[in-house]
Design a protein around this ligand. Sequence first.
Ligand code: NAD
Ligand code: MG
Length: 407
Amino acid sequence: MSQWITVLGATGSIGSSTLDVIRRHPTRYRVYALTGFSRIEKLVAAALEFSPRFIVVPDDSTAEQARDLLIQVPKNSQDFDCQVLVGEEALARVASDPDVDMVMASIVGAAGLLPTLAAAKAGKRVLLANKEALVMAGPLFMQAIRDNGAELLPIDSEHNAIFQSLPANYQGDFSQHGIEKILLTASGGPFRNKTKAELVDVTPAEAVAHPNWSMGAKISVDCATLMNKGLELIEACFLFNCRADQIQVVVHPQSVIHSMVQYNDGSVIAELGQPDMRTPIAYGMAWPERIDAGVKHLDLFEIAQLDFVAPDHETFPCLNLAKAAFKRGGISPAVLNAANEIAVAAFLSEQIGFLAIPMLIEKVMAVCPDKAVQSLEDVLAADQWAREQANRVLTDFKNSKQRVGLS
Ligand code: NAD
Ligand code: MG
């Protein structure tokens, strides 16, 4: 029997890779819904290929555009009956409908939180690419997974590798299995080995040109600042129930080892592969089975060499900013995430320089109150507050040297 999947963020990089895995297994998986925020032609093209029951777009004007494009459906395709839904509530609906078996959570940023949480609350298999949702609301999200019998499969390549390298019966207790630490690998991004002086005037185009992976613009900038590794450290702490000091970040420029787990008998277990997200996507979709992902096999002779170095915290302060936010707990990770989203958008639209990204986040974190998270409302309020603070700092930056990250 086919399994029904909803792909949130179907027009993005992870969304497209997910559709490619589905394309290879047309009887095993059927598409229930596809969602997109922009590039409506791409969303409709995917709908024409995969015949979902629903597509979800952000507003009435994109809905009209989508309906106009859908009229091109060949009249002889009897199966095709795709409705266009609009807005955030529709995202939550297609993530939680009783007919849905699994949800690919691949919307970028805080916008993915509510539908991803809706999938968890509805007890779905949640394929989690949207790390920002977990960073913002980690304890609430993990509780929703446990309380509703949902399955959480990490899609982020590092966390997928850690999941594969942990014991199959791991329940969140390192000591029970003699686990000493997680070795979280980082490519170092496009600016590895650059000095601060060289980073003053790097452009958005240079920042999004990742050496190993092809990804959306926001995560590509996060890789360049090392904030991606910071968000991933927080993600790993929530997913695997460990402390920040039980995770060691290892810069490994080839991105062949996707992360490792070190045990107290001296063993280190790793998952290796191509830098191709279809591997963790297929793993999450088929788990505990394995299916063809369309990924070229690894040729170790071609790779020949694997390197490992420590991260440069001086030049790339975002990793430590994230670690500090996790240690503070409460609303801090949500505030860090929101400040980062504003800073990255400002860098991509050339309002601030690359080095101003960590500076802006640091200024917001400096005024962040210590506040516990009791409910989703607390998380959403913290996100909103942090965006306002970040925009205020941005305005202060505009007419000063801080705009390029010089204090
Ligand atoms: P992307 O920018 O390519 O795609 C983002 C998707 O989200 C698009 O479909 C877009 O339409 C949708 N979206 C954007 N804003 C939205 C909004 N306000 N409301 C609803 N939908 C919205 O991003 P991506 O690279 O595919 O990354 C998606 C997520 O997966 C991110 O959280 C990222 O950190 C994570 N991730 C990506 C990769 C990768 O290789 N690309 C790897 C690991 C984790
Ligand atoms: Mg990753």
